[in-house]
Write a protein that binds this ligand. Structure first.
Ligand code: ADP
Ligand code: ZN
Length: 733
């Protein structure tokens, strides 16, 4: 219930309130009565509206408005206060990413419903008053019988169960034989049981658990858990979670990269702990969001799993953070506040002074460098669980491969598919391209159909009968005439997407049951779970999909993995192309033969001599990673040097260019700092806006953010121009 402070007219004072939008500073208000502590949610007037914010510290440098000019806060909300830790985290992230604290706070207030007064109802249970036998009628005895289990019920439900009128129940409430409490309508979460026995671990897993547990007392302690695919990393960190949950106050946060695909993980968690964790993702309905947010803030939610945004939930007492598949680039948030959830998770754990586990079969270079620097400890699992062997890898050199005209599957992969199906096993074909074909062109005039808003081709999606831009979402019905020369039936598609691959597979194996898995077909976590369950139940013979299928799955009958075009990821040629391609291919290969059946992987490539392919095929990944990281070191690139990308965009090209050049002129040249650009971005136009890029590089000793802040001081973009600053960029498009 809200407490209206204007009832107490005694003391007056000043507080600062941070509001959840880009204001750049806190606002001061007056209060009367008791001073609300930092972290308290309050409603305040602002420009004729009422907004919700949080009581915050006032930065020292800010000027004070005289007290008499300030407005009073309206009310203090009955919501758990944000902890000091959480507020420091918000300030820290804002400072690091060069965004406003208000915009970061907004991510922590991501459930508007949770901040409203919740609907409540009265619940009744057996009271403590002594029973006077003289006053007990048979009807009353029936009621006492019902409530004897101590459970909470409404009056209506007690009267129904006891078969008596509600008046009888009310009579007992008067006597104190039944007591009532006001409860919010949210159902409580079933807590996980840390005492449940987990599976028997093998020796390697036991060692890993022992090492991890030994570190738990130290407070903040980041550990990289590096285990080959199928080594049972999940069971290892489950053991650590069990340990942490034994302290009834502790909460655990697990970040997973692809929340739509966590069905298998949830099942395993329930088997291990007897209850499901609290989920946090964009697909939650309003009521579920409110329930989860409240439960995190009150400490009731013991374990939360979610994608990157779960990191900003208002934890009461965080006891452990796990980042699973820590190498995954989907942890990088690219819009709004631009941050990397893995890196910020480490900061969050440090503020909570709790351990953090970063788990992967293919650790990111950032994490490897932190191991080198002895900032992270390192635990490894080198063998697959249960004696499963690693799959055989075969490269198919597509320059020489037999490849029947018009087919995307080489003869060798085709044969392997046939044999796999004959043995009654499953196969997975990986092609990281959504839709039917990436390019449509006119055979008459040579026009390539491009997005009117972006420097990008329109991708045909045959199932939806349209062409679509993957950058802005613009779509048009698949045209019959060339939009340029008007000739009918002259349009031809180039290159394969997963839909086109599926068409070929259908032609070659008409009796095989196929399933296409991409972000277009997995429209909700529920849908994803359903697909995964069908595969696990053996209802599918061939899975065809984009990178969504490479992550974390365990399908015992899956023995063949075919990579249709291993070179796609290398083509952009950005800083991380090699690292990313290696991780992706290693992960997808890791889906094959995870139990008794032997796995086989076929990699179709036009560049079998590329160091990435050579490393995968020879099994000598360490050599590749070492030399790739040595290159980064040589050029002072991340994880050794630091980068920030500055993206200037706007509706008017000359103005974008002019501002970009002005930025370059103003750049404070200094030792240890270099600037590249400005240059037109590879994606030169996006959603109708022209784009220019500058790239800033510093050594690790330079305070990158301070350089940018002093550089940007006094820069006032006009005419719809925006400057987007991306610290530790992953996208260079
Ligand atoms: P990773 O995440 O390292 O690729 P998983 O944790 O998915 O590996 O484990 C691979 C498979 O082995 C899963 O089916 C898992 O249930 C099983 N497994 C792992 N460790 C054990 C264990 N100690 N006892 C029984 N099954 C295990
Ligand atoms: Zn577009």
């Amino acid at each position: 219930m809200a407490k209206n402070l204007s009832l107490f007219e005694e003391k007056e004072g000043r507080i600062s309130v941070l509001l959840p939008f880009a204001l750049g500073r806190v606002l001061d208000y007056k209060f009367d009565g008791e001073r609300p502590e930092h972290g308290t949610f309050v409603r305040v007037p602002l420009a004729g509206r009422v907004v919700t914010g949080v009581v915050w510290e006032k930065p020292k440098e800010e000027k004070e408005v005289p007290l008499e000019k300030l407005k009073f806060i309206y009310e203090v909300l009955n919501v758990p206060t944000l902890t000091d830790e959480q507020r420091h985290f918000i300030d820290w992230v804002a400072n690091y990413t060069i965004s406003t604290p208000g915009n970061v706070l907004k991510m922590s207030m991501s459930s508007p419903g949770a901040l409203k007064t919740l609907p409540t109802s009265m619940q009744y249970f057996k009271g403590k008053a002594a029973v006077d036998p003289a006053r007990l009628t048979p009807a009353r005895l029936q009621v006492l019988d019902v409530i004897d289990d101590g459970k909470e019920r409404s009056i209506k439900s007690i009267s129904k169960k006891a078969g008596v009128s509600e008046a009888v129940v009310r009579g007992l409430i008067k006597l104190g034989l039944i007591e009532g409490v006001e409860r919010t309508k949210d159902r409580p979460y079933q807590p996980p049981d840390p005492e449940m026995k987990g599976p028997e671990l093998n020796d390697e897993q036991k060692d890993a658990v022992t090492t991890l547990k030994a570190g738990l007392e130290k407070g903040f302690q980041p550990t990289a858990l590096e285990g080959v695919t199928g080594s049972g990393k999940t069971e290892v960190y489950f053991e650590v979670i069990a340990d942490i949950l034994k302290n009834p106050e502790n909460q655990v946060l697990v970040l997973l990269p692809e929340i739509a695909l966590t069905g298998q993980w949830l099942e395993r968690f329930r088997n291990r702990f007897g209850a499901l964790p609290v989920e946090w993702h964009s697909d939650l309905g309003k009521a579920e969001r409110r329930r989860a947010w409240r439960a995190v803030a009150s400490g009731e939610a013991r374990i939360i799993i979610g994608a990157r945004s779960a990191l900003f939930l208002p934890f009461k007492k965080l006891g452990l953070v796990v980042v699973d598949e820590e190498h995954d680039q989907s942890f990088k948030q690219e819009d709004g506040v631009i941050y990397h959830a893995r890196d910020m998770a480490v900061v969050r754990a440090q503020l909570a002074d709790c351990p953090i586990i970063l788990s992967s079969a293919t650790l990111s270079y950032e994490t490897l460098a932190n191991i080198e620097r002895k900032r992270f400890s390192h635990v490894t699992l080198k063998h697959r669980y249960g004696g499963a062997s690693f799959p055989d890898l075969t490269a198919i050199d597509m320059r020489e491969a037999e490849n029947p005209a018009g087919n995307w599957l080489s003869t060798a992969l085709n044969e392997a598919l046939k044999e796999t199906l004959e043995r009654g096993e499953q196969a997975m074909l990986f092609l990281n391209r959504r839709g039917y074909a990436p390019l449509t062109l006119c055979r008459t005039c040579g026009t390539r159909i491009e997005c009117p808003n972006c420097t990008a081709w329109m991708v045909e999606h045959r199932l939806k009968r349209h062409l679509m831009c993957h950058h802005c979402g613009h779509s048009i019905p698949t045209p019959k005439f060339c939009p340029e020369c008007g000739v009918e039936d002259s349009l031809a598609v180039c290159g394969p997407g997963v839909e086109r691959l599926e068409e070929e597979v259908a032609r070659l194996f008409p009796h095989a049951k196929r399933l296409v898995m991409t972000s277009d077909t997995i429209t909700s976590p529920h849908k994803g779970a359903e697909m995964v369950a069908r595969i696990a139940a053996g209802e599918i013979d061939i899975i065809i999909g984009t990178q969504v299928i490479t992550k974390g799955y365990h399908f015992p009958k899956l023995t063949l993995v075919g990579v249709i075009d291993a070179d796609i990821g290398l083509k952009g040629g950005d800083l991380r192309a090699g690292e990313r391609t290696y991780q992706q291919l290693e992960q997808v290969s890791g889906r094959a033969g995870r139990e008794k059946l032997k796995g086989h992987v076929y990699i179709q490539t036009y560049m079998p001599d590329n160091p990435v392919m050579a490393a995968l095929l020879s099994g000598d990944k360490e050599v590749f990673i070492k030399s790739d990281m040595a290159q980064r070191l040589k050029f002072n690139m991340p994880p050794y040097g630091r980068l920030a990308s500055i993206l200037v965009s706007g509706p008017n090209l000359p103005k974008v260019e002019a501002l970009s050049h002005e930025l370059a002129r103003r750049f404070p040249r200094d030792k240890g700092v270099s600037l590249f650009g400005p240059a037109q971005a590879p994606l030169a136009r996006l959603q109708g806006r022209f784009r220019y890029r500058l790239l800033l590089k510093t050594n690790r000793k330079t305070h990158l953010q301070n350089v940018i802040r002093s550089w940007m001081k006094g820069v006032r973009p006009r005419g719809g121009i925006r400057i987007k600053i991306d610290i530790d960029p992953y996208s260079f498009l």
